[in-house]
Design a protein around this ligand. Structure first.
Ligand SMILES: Cc1cc2nc3c(=O)[nH]c(=O)nc-3n(C[C@H](O)[C@H](O)[C@H](O)COP(=O)(O)OP(=O)(O)OC[C@H]3O[C@@H](n4cnc5c(N)ncnc54)[C@H](O)[C@@H]3O)c2cc1C
Length: 445
């Protein structure tokens, strides 16, 4: 058994874990910080950002589904799901402050300035995507250029972004949480890749370390502070195995569909994803411009029905309106002897609102010139598993569990669905947690 002692253990290197790791490592507190990540660093691998790569670094090769058939994309790699995200940013919504007393505004300002978050310049927003936004404006909807963690100037060999952006960023324009991990490593962080944490160790009701497997070998790492940031599925599984069965009961997903239509002009497939958005918070829906990458399209279409893959030939002329739903808390994540199961579908209320949103998307596509007979909605999917260890139910507003010094800092802490891009909110929560820890008497061992 490998053994080690340190001051702080962080589990998972998505935006939550990477941000806490970076904030603690660069603080003047002189803390020993160990970051344990299940996946590996794919950034320099030739397969990163390709179709085979996308199968290799996602859980169950992207074929993970809930019992109800909703498909979940769950990247497992250094940087977590930011290795495959669309690079969209949304400020934490005002309800964090008004409903939960959590003020994230200053952290959002700091992160926006630090990472240059802004919409893409108009020339990069895509002709067809912009046409879709204009069609929506004709119908009275004020679509806005979507804020992005993406700057064409960051791409050393030129900005080359299209629908395959979701497989991983090959041009380098998109910020990746692994960059925070790099900074932390430069400040002395001990990063273990290929390390799967299975349980939290406790002593007298306090966190004492973690136990898991590293490349087939058991390890135990001891520390007085443990932060779980293994994501909306990974974190509740660890907590269940550590004796907290309430973790994973109920979840949010920002459940998503695309509504596609065939235009008499070039579609949005070769344009950056999600350059324009529109939020209808009364309905609880975010709309954006988005289409599946070329080779993913027939697989998604086949899930819809045997005739739909035939629409693949018109991928180059397809327009897509993505609908993200502020879904109700429902379903569960449950650890099994081998692996886990997820239950998540739509509640009656979710379904009613989704139907209303699909009608709006369909009107926009018709207004943009799509023939009504070509318009269809894809099956349900989820890329934001969250709300499985909710603030208020299992966590204090300082993100501490009932086990002293055991914290959670990732999408699982959301008390309700965001129906927005999650990453900026997670970064702000992680900065706030780091401040809390650093101001509450951390001392190096
Ligand atoms: C295709 C796609 C597009 C998206 N687009 C956007 C977007 O444009 N904007 C946006 O804001 N959000 C987007 N998201 C969502 C966003 O990326 C995630 O919600 C966010 O990354 C979640 O952060 P996290 O810190 O909770 O966990 P994750 O990013 O999921 O990271 C968790 C990490 O923990 C590791 N881990 C899991 N279990 C263990 C364990 N037992 N031991 C050790 N390590 C473990 C995993 O390997 C992973 O690296 C997208 C997601 C996907 C999949």
């Amino acid at each position: 058994m490998l053994k080690k002692e340190t001051d702080v253990i962080i589990v998972g290197s998505g935006p939550g874990g990477a941000t806490v790791a970076r904030e603690l490592a660069r603080s003047k507190a002189g803390l020993g910080v160990t970051l344990l990540e299940h996946g590996r660093d794919w950034r320099t691998n030739p397969l990163y950002g390709t179709y085979p790569g996308g199968l290799m670094y996602t859980d169950k090769a992207s074929f993970l589904t809930t019992q109800e058939g909703l498909s979940i994309v769950r990247p497992l790699m250094v940087g977590g799901a930011t290795g495959m995200y669309c690079g969209c940013a949304a400020r934490p919504l005002p309800w964090w402050q008004t409903r939960y007393g959590i003020d994230l505004a200053a952290y959002a300002d700091e992160t926006t300035a630090e990472l240059n978050i802004a919409p893409l310049p108009a020339i990069w927003r895509g002709l067809a995507s912009t046409r879709l936004a204009e069609a929506a404006a004709d119908l009275g909807m004020d679509w806005f250029p979507q804020d992005k963690f993406m700057q064409p100037a960051r791409a050393p060999r030129g900005f080359d972004c299209d629908a395959t952006c979701m497989l991983g960023c090959r041009c380098g324009a998109k910020w990746h949480a692994a960059e925070f991990v790099d900074e932390a490593v430069a400040q002395g962080l001990d990063l273990w890749t290929g390390a799967q944490v299975l349980r939290v160790l406790t002593e007298n009701g306090r966190a004492a370390g973690v136990w898991g497997k590293w490349r087939g070998q058991a390890f135990a790492i001891y520390a007085p502070v443990v932060i779980l940031a293994a994501g909306g599925i990974g974190t509740p599984l660890i907590l269940q195995r550590s004796g907290l069965p309430a973790a994973g009961q109920g979840m949010t997903m920002d459940t998503t569909v695309m509504v596609y239509g065939h235009a008499p002009y070039k579609g949005i497939g070769h344009e950056p994803p999600m350059t324009w958005s529109y939020a209808d918070d009364d309905l609880g829906v975010l709309y954006s411009t988005l289409i599946d990458p070329w080779l993913n399209y027939p697989i998604v279409a086949l899930r819809k029905g045997p005739a739909y893959p035939l629409t693949w030939r018109r991928w180059g002329h397809t327009l897509g309106v993505m609908i993200k739903l502020k879904d109700e808390i429902s379903g569960f994540v449950q650890a099994k002897k081998r692996g886990f199961i997820v239950s998540k579908g739509l509640t009656t209320q979710d379904r009613t609102r989704l139907t209303a949103a699909e009608m709006v998307a369909s009107r926009i596509l018709r207004q943009a010139g799509c023939h009504p007979d070509t318009i269809f909605t894809t099956p349900l999917r989820g890329t934001h598993p969250s709300g499985t260890v909710r603030i208020g139910r299992m966590l204090t507003t300082d993100l501490e569990t009932e086990i002293e010094n055991l914290y959670v800092c990732d999408a699982s802490v959301f008390p309700e669905a965001l129906a927005r891009p999650t990453v900026l909110t997670i970064i702000t929560l992680a900065k706030r947690l780091s401040d809390h820890l650093l101001h509450h008497g951390f001392t190096a061992s």
